[in-house]
Every structure is written in structure tokens, then in C-alpha cells.
Design a protein around this ligand. Structure first.
Ligand SMILES: *Cc1c(COP(=O)(O)O)cnc(C)c1O
Length: 397
């Protein structure tokens, strides 16, 4: 009996579901009726598997981090999603959804992006498959992630800056959904995380589940056992964490740890993005989940140094796992994350994405036993964050 699985209506406990305007009902129903069927077709599986191997560069290494292990007193392995083509786990999902959209006869793709990694991933697979691509990105993020904007443009995507709200991920998501409502016949919306209306959270989790599928095999080969004692991952919407946890969720011997972004802390909601700690139940972007909002139900403008994590909602699966006590969630401040990024750089020679650094910042907070096996997912690489790091650590002109 699966205790933590999604039900046929798309709910994890109370969380999830599909709250969409009338005009999108047809698309959502079409997707719901087809996604599992298509994903299970041998020809689809073969094409996806081959591209994951030859194009994305999978399997990504499971790297035993010797110096980090000595420092924190456990056997720490890093799942190197930073080594995926385009620099993060995002491509696993973008590629899967694009192949699925093609099977459903769609010719145009829209996507939202925060830090730009999902936009780059989507623009990349659209270039690969010759599809028209429109990416909505908050105007604030366009400024702070300019390198990724230029990558998307070079890949042939149209990047549309969104000036409403804070000009961040929430606003970009609103616009992407609006676009989809206007173009339901020819367009597929590639959501970048385990958020949005059912079946998106489940579909994205399945496309990212390749991460835990590989961990099982690699850990067996390297450590003689499939199961670690701990899995650690950062949570924005929660897709790299969902992929890391996926094949272990029903196995309660494996402790699941999620790291969310607390910005400047937990005292002021306008200076935080720790949705699971601070959120209340509501509906955002088509899904019932935890949301950061004020007393009047106004959605808060989330804040974090990391553009990939400053989202006022969270995937329903993570709201559910946390409520059930299946996962333990840490709130990591900007300072803690930045210092953890430097820590990994100096001990292992790996500059992580600032998002992934939130997962690394959990290490000093855990009480490990010497023989504990810990697998931590490094969701992306830090190239895009070099300005932030250079300013914070005064790396010089
Ligand atoms: C987008 C992104 C995240 C956050 O998204 P999740 O869906 O929570 O995984 C984390 N790390 C990196 C490197 C990202 O690009």
C-alpha cells in the first residue's frame, strides 16, 4: 500500500488538484488522459532515454566527496546535476515535456522562468526539436540573470519581460498561464517545477525521478546498498527534490531533508521565501498548496538571494510530505547559503548554484553518525551566480 502516492484526482492528501479557468479545462483534461499513456510507450521511452544519455549527459556522477565527508563526519555523496547540459537538472523535465508536447501535436511552447535555468532548458530543447518558444521572465530577474536571457535569445527563444508585481517568478508564471489560455489549441506550457494544476506536479516529478533511479544503482555499485540514510535537496517549487526523493518516498528508513530559502530569516514574510515554514493553505497557479500570504490572503512577494527559489508557493507534494512528517524541512538564510557555496568550492573544487547551496547549508545543522550515508543533490552549477558571489565575498575587480 503506497502511503504517499498521488491519488487519481491529483491530490497528495489535501494538497494538489487542478484549479484552472474554463478555457484550459480541455488542455488539462487532454494532458491528464495522455501523459501516462505516452510516457509508457516504448518508442517514447527509448527516445527520451537516448537523449538523456547522449544529449543531457546522463547518468550524472554520484561523487563521493571525501573532504566534505571528513569535515561533517559522514559519508557524503554528491549527485552531480550541475553536470547536466545547460548546467542544472531542469533539462530532464524540459526534454521530457517537449517530447510529450510533440506527441500531442503541439507546435508552440511557452514557459516561465525565474533564474533563467528553466527558460534556458526549454529554449535548448526547442532549438533541438525546431519548436517555437516563448519565455516569460520577471523584469527584475531579466536584470539580475542577464547571461541566461542572452543564452535564451541565442537559442532562438522570444523572452518577454514581465513588469507586474515584483517582476519575479510568480509574475512570470501568471503571464505564461495567461498566454496558454489565449493559445490553447497549438501551445503546450512547459512548467519548470512540480507546481501548477494536476497532472503537472506528477508529470514533472516522474521526469525528474531519473535522479533517484540513478542514485539507487550508483549507490549499490559504490556503497553496496541502494538506500542512503539521508537524502538532501533544495526546494523552490521542489522538482529536483521530488526527483531525488521519488523512488525512496515509500521507504521510511531513508530520511528526506528539504532546504527552503529563508532570505533574511523567518521573522518577516516580505524578506523570506520559506513557504513551508511560513505559508498558509490556499490556491496558487492551479494547485492547492502552502502559500506565503498576508492576513487578507494577498500573495506575498517572496524574497531570496536566489532567483530560482524566491517563489511564494511550493509543490503540493512537499507541503504533504512535510505535514506528514515524512520530510524534514530546514529554512536556510541567504548568508548560510552563500557561505555553504564557498565551503563546497574550497573543500571540493565545485562552485554550486546558489539554489543548491541551500541544500549544502543543511550539513552543519545535522547530527550525523560516522557511518551514515548521505546523498545530497547539487541541482546546478554556479556560473550564473558569479556576480552574487563576487560581490558577497569581495573577490576583487
Ligand atoms: C530552478 C532551480 C532550482 C529550484 O527548482 P526546483 O523545482 O525546486 O528544483 C534549484 N536549483 C537550480 C540549480 C535551479 O536551476
Amino acid at each position: 500500500m503506497e502511503k504517499y502516492a498521488i491519488n487519481e484526482k491529483g491530490y497528495y492528501g489535501r494538497f494538489g488538484g487542478a484549479y484552472v479557468p474554463e478555457i484550459l479545462q480541455k488542455n488539462i483534461t487532454e494532458l491528464k488522459e495522455n501523459y501516462l499513456k505516452i510516457m509508457n510507450e516504448p518508442s517514447f521511452k527509448a527516445e527520451l532515454e537516448q537523449l538523456l544519455h547522449d544529449y543531457v549527459g546522463r547518468p550524472t556522477p554520484l561523487y563521493f566527496a571525501k573532504r566534505l565527508s571528513e569535515k561533517y563526519g559522514a559519508k557524503i555523496y554528491l549527485k552531480r546535476e550541475d553536470l547536466c547540459h545547460t548546467g542544472a537538472h531542469k533539462l530532464n523535465n524540459a526534454l521530457g515535456q517537449l517530447l510529450l508536447a510533440k506527441k500531442m501535436g503541439k507546435t508552440r511552447i511557452v514557459a516561465e522562468t525565474g533564474a533563467g535555468q528553466h527558460g534556458v532548458g526549454t529554449a535548448t530543447v526547442c532549438a533541438l526539436m525546431n519548436m517555437k518558444c516563448v519565455v516569460y521572465m520577471g523584469a527584475t530577474d531579466v536584470k539580475r540573470q542577464y547571461l541566461n536571457v542572452q543564452r535564451m535569445r541565442m537559442l532562438g527563444a522570444e523572452v518577454i519581460p514581465v513588469t507586474s508585481g515584483n517582476g519575479t517568478l510568480k509574475d512570470a508564471t501568471n503571464e505564461a498561464i495567461r498566454d496558454w489560455c489565449c493559445n490553447p489549441a497549438d501551445t503546450h506550457y512547459i512548467i519548470g517545477s512540480v507546481v501548477g494544476p494536476h497532472p503537472f506536479p506528477d508529470m514533472v516529478a516522474r521526469f525528474q525521478s531519473v535522479i533517484s533511479e540513478e542514485i539507487k544503482k550508483q549507490l549499490k555499485a559504490q556503497e553496496g546498498r541502494e538506500n542512503p540514510d539521508y537524502l538532501i535537496a533544495c526546494v523552490g517549487g521542489g522538482s529536483n527534490a521530488a526527483g531525488t526523493f521519488y523512488h525512496y518516498i515509500e521507504n521510511e528508513e531513508v530520511k528526506l531533508i528539504a532546504a527552503e530559502a529563508a532570505g533574511e530569516g523567518l521573522d518577516d514574510m516580505t524578506k523570506s521565501a520559506a513557504t513551508i515554514h511560513l505559508g498558509r493553505e490556499g490556491v496558487l497557479h492551479g494547485s492547492r498548496t502552502l502559500i506565503m500570504m498576508d492576513e487578507d490572503g494577498q500573495i506575498a512577494e517572496a524574497f531570496s538571494v536566489s532567483a530560482g527559489l524566491d517563489y511564494p508557493g511550493v509543490g503540493p507534494i512537499h507541503a504533504f510530505l512535510a505535514e506528514k512528517g515524512r520530510s524534514k524541512v530546514y529554512a536556510i538564510t541567504d548568508d548560510e547559503a552563500l557561505n555553504a557555496a564557498l565551503d563546497l568550492t574550497k573543500t571540493e573544487g565545485i562552485i554550486p548554484a546558489i539554489e543548491s547551496a541551500h541544500a549544502l547549508a543543511v550539513l552543519p545543522k545535522c547530527k550525523f553518525k560516522k557511518d551514515d550515508v548521505v546523498v545530497l543533490t547539487v541541482s546546478g552549477r554556479g556560473d550564473k551566480d558569479m556576480n552574487t558571489y563576487a560581490n558577497y565575498f569581495h573577490l576583487g575587480e
